[in-house]
Ligand binder design. Structure first.
Ligand code: IPM
Ligand code: MG
Length: 353
């Protein structure tokens, strides 16, 4: 099992090294991982001037799976767009055709009081957000800032080809089938043609999955419903930008954005696995970042790319046990709990594996 490890920027290296320890500990079960590290994002810009250097491109192309920390930092905000850290991440997603982004939003019962929402609203929460990841306004052309009639004009293009909608819709229906058979497609069809096509195609695909209950929701309403009554959802499928926004919102239902893993898959289950949070430069290097989202991302890797369900469940159970033992990093710490650092959280997870 070949894994490309891309620690990235900010807290990336700290959280990724805990996740690597977790993977390495599984070798005693006969699993064999070949891990190689490469540069992506701001660290790559610093070293080579390119956020996605050729060596990294080669490594990720050859790997079965990629483990990523996070990229970005305000020191790069003034660089031309194609030289910014985020471009490295967007290029990997696009180059490797990682169009299906799975973001499970699961509340661990021990963290029911860590969220700003009332316990009765979130207890038992288990949603899966499926975000289309290689299309939409993120990649649409034309885009730019130009002079027009004597003033500057900024523009982007929200665009979906029907084939892109078909394939993400199929992924969503197939996954919904393995869960509660309830799929909610989120769009903005009351205003946008792009969303009209999205809805039309999803309705068409639904005919092949009569056993899945399909509903539609406008994105503004979905943002409201997620905090009003999040348990009404099972699987949500949506476009790239709406999914970006809604998944950050949904993470707060679980207590901390430091708890949410993700998988970005192509059509052959090659995957990029990363926490949904960013590089958090303000807490980098302090050994206080929460490594659980990255550790949970390795569980997703074992499940979706390597077909090792048992090992995936073991990692997830280990997270549950550690939380039940009241160990917390500062982002999820409550009075009466034992606050520990990033490395110590890694130690606790290994001990319970
Ligand atoms: C995410 C992030 C990225 C995105 C950024 C870092 C480019 O917010 O993975 O959700 O917008 O997709
Ligand atoms: Mg985001």
């Amino acid at each position: 099992m070949k894994i490309a490890v891309l620690p990235g920027d900010g807290i990336g290296p700290e959280i990724v090294s805990q996740a690597v320890r977790v993977l390495e500990s599984l070798t005693s079960d006969g699993m064999k991982f070949e891990m190689e590290t490469a540069l992506l994002g701001g660290c790559a810009v610093d070293a080579t001037g390119n956020p996605f250097p050729e060596a990294t491109r080669k490594l990720v192309a050859e790997a079965d799976a990629i483990l990523l920390g996070a990229v970005g930092g305000s020191q790069y905000d003034k660089l031309p767009r194609d030289q910014r850290p985020e471009q490295g991440l967007l290029s990997i997603r696009k180059d490797l055709n990682l169009f299906a982004n799975l973001r499970p939003v699961v509340l661990y019962s021990e963290l029911v009081n860590a969220s700003t929402l009332k316990p009765e609203v979130i207890s038992g929460l288990d949603i899966l957000i499926i975000r289309e990841l290689t299309g939409d306004i993120y990649f649409g052309e034309p885009r730019g800032i130009k002079l027009h009639d004597g003033q500057r004009l900024g523009f982007n293009t929200m665009i979906y080809r029907e084939a892109e909608i078909y394939r993400i819709a199929h992924v969503a229906f197939q996954i919904a089938r393995k869960r509660d058979r309830k799929l909610c497609s989120v769009d903005k069809m009351n205003v946008l043609e792009c969303s009209q096509l999205w809805r039309d195609v999803v309705i068409e695909v639904a005919k092949e999955y009569p056993d899945v209950e399909l509903s539609h929701m406008l994105v503004d309403n979905a943002a409201m419903q997620l905090v009003l009554n999040p348990k009404q959802f099972d699987v949500i499928v949506t476009g790239n930008m709406f999914g970006d926004i809604l998944s950050d919102e949904a993470s707060m239902l679980t207590g901390s954005i430091g708890m949410l893993p993700s998988a970005s898959l192509d059509d052959k289950s090659k995957g990029l696995y990363e926490p949904i949070h960013g590089s958090a430069p303000d807490i980098a290097g302090k050994n206080i970042a929460n490594p659980l989202a990255t550790i949970l991302s390795t569980a997703m890797m074992l499940r979706y790319t390597f077909n090792q369900e048992e090992a995936a469940v073991r990692i997830e159970n280990s997270v549950k046990k550690v939380l039940a033992q009241n160990y917390r990093t500062s982002d999820i710490c409550q009075p009466g709990m034992k606050e520990i650092g990033t490395t110590e959280m890694g130690d606790a997870i290994l001990k319970n594996l």
